[in-house]
Design a protein. Structure first.
Length: 186
């Protein structure tokens, strides 16, 4: 592969537009660019999780997801392109099932927190949900692959389960939601 990013400063975006993968220029606040930004932020959040100690199965799953998110970004940046396949969604399903199989069942909602890496997973999950909403918004006016939406939905599940796996591996307690807890302490 040649040098794809040999020039970083191009000044072509100084007018408030950016180039898509097909060469079209669009406003930087367009729904397509907003979705791309959310995908980029999500990938960066996964990098923050991976910059910490996480169990090997979680690390492998999140590294694969980072690559998938680049593929998805390429898909979104070229209208009509499809990069993710049903196999990507199926792989996430299998991974979530495998990671969740070793966890105790939930009886209450889990509050984000615990180990630093687990908390970072919860933050990445929230960003993933925003990226999913951005793609839904884009799909109102333009074609978006249903698999892209399914993938992000499953990825948020993976991030939730990963946070639980990390907390369990670090012997960190999972705080659960207590409705009205703040009022009960007064």
């Amino acid at each position: 592969m040649g040098h794809r990013l040999s020039k970083i400063v191009t000044r072509t975006g100084d007018d408030g537009t950016t180039g898509l993968g097909d060469g079209a220029r669009v406003p930087k606040d367009s729904p397509r660019v907003a979705a791309l930004g959310d995908l980029d932020e999500l990938n960066s959040a996964l990098g923050c999780v991976l910059a910490q100690r996480v169990p090997t199965p979680v690390r492998g799953a999140l590294l694969a997801a980072q690559n998938d998110l680049f593929d998805l970004g390429g898909e979104v940046s070229i209208p009509g392109r499809v990069a993710l396949q049903a196999l990507h969604v199926e792989a996430l399903d299998r991974c979530v099932e495998a990671l969740n199989s070793g966890l105790p069942p939930l009886k209450e909602f889990v509050l984000p927190g615990g180990d630093r890496a687990a908390a970072a997973c919860h933050l990445a999950r929230a960003i993933c949900r925003r990226a999913e909403r951005s793609l839904v918004a884009l799909a109102r006016d333009e074609q978006v692959s249903p698999l892209a939406l399914q993938y992000l939905n499953r990825l948020s599940d993976l991030l939730f389960v990963s946070a639980r796996v990390i907390n369990r591996a670090r012997a960190r307690h999972e705080a659960t939601w207590t409705p009205g807890a703040a009022l009960k302490k007064r």
